[in-house]
Design a protein around this ligand. Structure first.
Ligand code: HGY
Ligand code: MN
Ligand code: MN
Ligand code: MN
Length: 406
């Protein structure tokens, strides 16, 4: 068991020591990015690391029926616990910090409190939520949506990855779905996360408190046409879905710029996907985000309408399916202001989704952001300095003490 006197060296050094234990796990040597898809071997290794960290600290670990892990500092039977943590999974070739920083920082923050002799009146619980990115099964924040009942459990169970494996098969059991008894034992949730932007660089501050998460969602656009030979089919005779798809991507880009919103088509699949074959089907996934819901849905409707109009001219067909949606998340303002005053930190909105965005509808929730000098995320270029990560740990420890000690 990690004894409190074992806290040696500076906090940045302790951060680096713990960080280096997970840094190689799931890292792609070619890109330098991470391939940590939920419930695949690298993420399972991180889940084992989570259990080992909890064991070292004498923190009992429980996995809920949905694949989320919880490590308890304090009596697991007690209620009113303060929950913290984040996720291990990554987007393809994602950055090192998006997710794991919140979990490593949570364990280190508990170390800080224990070393300072703090006796919490409430349990502090470190969480690792499963499939936050939706990179394997397509729906973001799957673990926290299951815990809170925000997704139909049968739909979640049947979600398939690109190899055809269902979430239930990967989990090894039918997910349990909503768990109000577990959720009811938490009084608040605080997620620490690397900033996915440059606001803290511009503000010259290491840590910020979140005010809101923009409304955002994912829409699947299926374009179907007539597969045919690339060499023998006259241009006038074609019903080429790639044409309608390309037009739609340009329309999404233009409509987002007009609305000061964000639209991204980062994933596409083509059938039969051959250089010398006109495609029969092209599927693109639109990730759309805006500061207000009205702008967001106006953007998507404009893109869908223009795409359908173009499909009519190309002789192709379009189906548009919404796959996930997150409404505007306004974090508990009293809590955000209280933490901002406690830390002397700025308060910022974000366009990035988080498990905190799901839990915020069910319990008082806050987020802390740690400065990212590049501002880049969902890319190997994502970074954070040890000094700022240590400042994040110290801030999280301060917040947990504030919330866990009456
Ligand atoms: O997509 C997001 O905004 C988050 O990083 N999962
Ligand atoms: Mn994240
Ligand atoms: Mn992310
Ligand atoms: Mn998140």
């Amino acid at each position: 068991m990690l004894t409190h006197s074992a806290l040696k060296g500076s906090l940045p050094n302790r951060f680096r020591e713990l960080w280096d234990e997970i840094a190689p796990i799931g890292r792609d040597a070619g890109s330098g990015g991470y391939l940590r898809y939920a419930l695949t071997e690298p993420e399972r290794t991180l889940r084992a690391w989570f259990r080992e960290q909890a064991d070292r600290r004498g923190m009992p670990v429980a996995q809920d029926g949905n694949g989320n892990l919880f490590a308890w500092w304090g009596d697991p039977a007690a209620g009113d616990a303060v929950l913290t943590g984040s996720h291990f999974d990554s987007v393809p070739h994602g950055g090192a910090y998006d997710g794991p920083l919140g979990i490593v920082s949570a364990f280190l923050a508990v170390d800080e409190l224990r070393a300072a002799g703090v006796t919490a009146d409430r349990p502090v619980v470190v969480a690792a939520f499963v499939e936050e990115e939706g990179a394997r099964f397509g729906v973001p924040c799957l673990g926290s949506r299951l815990l809170t009942g925000e997704i139909d459990v049968d739909r979640a169970a049947g979600l398939r990855d690109q190899a055809g494996t269902t979430f239930a098969e990967a989990l090894g059991e039918q997910p349990a779905g909503a768990d109000p008894a577990l959720l009811g034992r938490f009084a608040a949730f605080v997620e620490l996360h690397v900033e996915q932007g440059r606001a803290l660089v511009d503000l010259d501050a290491p840590v910020a408190v979140a005010s809101a998460i923009w409304p955002h969602g994912r829409w699947r656009f299926d374009f179907t046409g007539e597969g045919n030979h690339a060499g023998t089919t006259r241009m006038a005779d074609r019903r080429d879905p790639m044409l309608t798809y390309a037009f739609t991507v340009l329309a999404a880009n233009k409509e987002a710029r007009l609305r000061d919103a964000h639209a991204t088509v980062g994933r596409v699949s083509v059938e039969p996907n051959a250089t010398n074959a006109i495609p029969s089907r092209v599927t693109g996934w639109l990730d759309a985000r805006a500061a207000e819901a009205e702008t967001l849905y106006g953007l998507v409707e404009a893109v869908r309408t223009k795409a359908a109009d173009r499909a009519g001219r190309d002789g192709t067909a379009l189906t548009c399916t919404q796959e996930s949606a997150t409404p505007l998340v306004a974090f508990d303002r009293g809590l955000a202001d209280r933490l901002a005053a406690l830390l002397g930190a700025p308060v910022l909105p974000t366009g990035a989704g988080h498990d905190a965005g799901v839990l915020a509808a069910h319990l008082p929730t806050a987020m802390l952001f740690v400065r990212n000098p590049t501002g880049v995320s969902h890319s190997p270029a994502e970074t954070a300095t040890d000094a700022d990560c240590a400042a994040g740990v110290a801030a999280l420890a301060r917040v947990l003490e504030e919330l866990a000690c009456r």
